[in-house]
Design a protein around this ligand. Structure first.
Ligand code: AMP
Length: 584
């Protein structure tokens, strides 16, 4: 669509990409071959992500290799070799075991990007427990819902977050057995404990118990359009996808220094911010600080980052910064740039090529898929604006619901729902406690993603939009229902409808339309109070940024708020089919 393809000349690449011929790689690919490349637990005791990521390297030639370099927001640096990571994560596993936390028990984390979070993730997996990260910008309400729904037994957090968000929830969460504070010198009570104190006396060797590849390993919450957040269940077998995408998409080579800017509160920050680079035995950079254009370029320069995985919102913020990256910084180590999470505008792909000297490789996946599914690859042509082509081992299609077996294939260049042939290793195995919702995601052997897409005649996939009302703001998924439910708790609110309104940098902003109860007036003071109420309950990542008052909301005859219509009216677009509108 007006954008020329970007072709690569592999001859000038500093290292030879793992995949050079897409068709041949796909044809020769099998998940069983990948399984054979992984170590498996000693003595045939199964497959455990933490063993593949840490212990097998620590027991071999990579013991002293730098696994993680943590950059503190105030300038501190902490390095962890594979040997260090193995020891410290074992200590955490010993702490859990000592507290009676069993295989399958859920261990939640609520923290920024601090080293303890990474040790807790790996230690939890070693203990055979299930790691469930929460985004630290969530407010108390999203945190409570997830801890409750996920049956959280343990929560790892900081003193500050505990005091601000958790202490007030404790008596509503009876199954939450222990809170472990990463920065408390002393225990606060019998159940709110100092993690440093426990770690100091915990054993630094730990034998991972037998782990079945199908045992639950990770629980990632994602938002739905209706109902409360869904807990997507992932198993240890997912490490096959992490390994494969590390090889073919991120193109990891042994000397790579990789920086994934995603927060581990979301699936990208776990699958690629923790697991995939470690499984490949390379070095990861972790930056504690929030986005800052100059800081980011300095990190790329000083840490000699070779492979960089970031997100469209960040790329767009870099595009806006008054910095000439290649004149002001030495980015010569950088070899590959990838992006995920929202549509990446073709301008951004080309900006990368012109301004950073490297195009940005878009890829697509979601919480439910556990790993990258559709991608642009190092050696292959990029069609700016396209998500790329399916990973070897993944069959993708554009389908329509209906027809035989529940779906029929859409034609070339026709819009439809993006579907993946079910059964890849990192496919989610369920929504926790919601079998019905899980079942509804599948038809005719396909997993239906909820995204609309198009496939061109050469097999490149193009993102069209969401098939539902989910909002993506700064790369974070927000379920309108969650926001509406909280706004409705405010005494003056009778009804709330929440939509995403396009915004050039962060993709969409959360906007709420409110109908007030009789006797209340939609004043500016009330509007500001509601915005404050939303923030205090939901946190800055989820709360609406804009609120307007309306006399009525468009609803179906069965009383469901028609967010689609709210959006069309907000954007001045045609209202489409309004036959189900209450007053139509
Ligand atoms: P999450 O489950 O929070 O990772 O969000 C997944 C959703 O983000 C997908 O279903 C898409 O709607 C969107 N998304 C992810 N990657 C891309 C991409 N490369 N282009 C467009 N949308 C994307």
């Amino acid at each position: 669509m007006g954008w020329n393809p970007i072709r690569k000349d592999v001859a000038v690449f500093p290292v030879s990409p793992h995949m050079q011929d897409y068709e041949a790689t796909c044809a020769g690919f099998s998940w069983e071959d990948v399984r054979r490349e992984l170590a498996g637990l000693p003595g045939g005791a199964g497959l455990n992500i933490a063993h593949e990521a840490v212990d097998r390297h620590a027991a071999g030639a990579l013991r002293d290799r730098l696994a993680m370099r943590w950059l503190g927001k105030n300038g501190a640096v902490r390095d962890f070799t594979y040997g260090d990571l193995a020891r410290e994560s074992s200590r955490f596993a010993s702490v859990l075991k000592g507290l009676g936390i069993a295989q399958g028990d859920r261990v939640f984390a609520l923290a920024g990007r601090i080293p303890e979070l990474y040790l807790a993730a790996l230690g939890t997996l070693k203990n055979g427990s299930v790691f469930c990260p929460l985004f630290s910008a969530f407010g108390p309400e999203p945190i409570r819902q997830r801890l409750e729904r996920g049956d959280g037994r343990v929560l790892v957090t900081t003193v500050r977050l505990y005091e601000k968000k958790i202490a007030q929830l404790l008596n509503t969460l009876p199954q939450l057995n222990r809170v472990l504070l990463t920065d408390a010198a002393e225990d606060l009570s019998d159940s709110v404990l100092s993690l440093p104190r426990l770690m100091a006396t915990a054993a630094s060797d730990f034998t991972i118990p037998p782990t079945d590849p199908e045992d639950m390993a990770l629980l990632h919450f994602t938002s739905g359009t209706t109902g409360m957040p869904k807990g997507a269940v992932h198993v240890h077998d997912a490490v096959l996808t992490h390994f494969t995408t590390g090889r073919y998409v991120l193109d990891f080579h042994p000397d790579d220094i990789f920086w994934c800017t995603a927060d581990p509160g979301w699936v990208t920050g776990t699958s690629y911010g923790i697991i995939a680079p470690l499984v490949h035995g390379i070095t990861s950079i972790i930056d504690e600080a929030d986005f800052d254009a100059e800081r980011w370029y300095r990190i790329l320069e000083k840490q000699r980052v070779t492979v960089w995985y970031t997100a469209p919102t960040a790329v767009r913020m870099l595009m806006r910064a008054a910095i000439e990256p290649r004149r002001q910084f030495d980015l010569s180590a950088l070899r590959l740039i990838h992006s995920v999470g929202e549509p990446l505008n073709p301008e951004a792909v080309v900006w990368g090529a012109q301004t950073l000297g490297l195009p940005i490789h878009d890829n697509w996946w979601q919480t439910e898929t556990g790993g990258i599914m559709i991608a642009n690859y190092a050696a292959l042509e990029i069609r700016p604006g396209s998500m790329g082509r399916p990973l070897p081992g993944i069959e993708a299609a554009v389908v329509r619901r209906g027809g035989e077996g529940g779906v029929e294939l859409a034609g070339t260049d026709e819009d439809g729902e993006l579907a993946l042939r079910s059964g890849w290793p990192s496919m989610f195995r369920g929504y926790l406690h919601d079998e019905e919702r899980y079942r509804k995601c599948f038809a005719g052997g396909w997993y239906l993603t909820g995204d609309l897409a198009r496939r061109d005649r050469d097999g490149w996939f193009w993102f069209v939009g969401r098939a539902d009302d989910i909002i993506k703001t700064a790369g974070h998924m927000v379920g309108p229902f969650e926001v509406e439910s909280v706004l409705m708790e405010y005494p003056a609110v009778a009804e709330a409808g929440v939509i995403g309104v396009p915004e050039p940098i962060i993709g969409e902003i959360v906007k709420a339309f409110i109908v007030l109860k009789d006797g209340f007036e939609g004043t500016e003071a009330l509007r500001l109070e509601l915005i404050g109420f939303g923030r205090s309950k939901l946190g800055s990542a989820v709360a609406p940024k804009e609120i307007v008052f309306l006399d009525t909301l468009p609803k179906t005859r069965s009383g469901k708020i028609m967010r689609r219509l709210l959006k069309a009216r907000e954007l001045g677009l045609p209202e489409g089919d309004t036959s189900t509108l209450e007053s139509a």
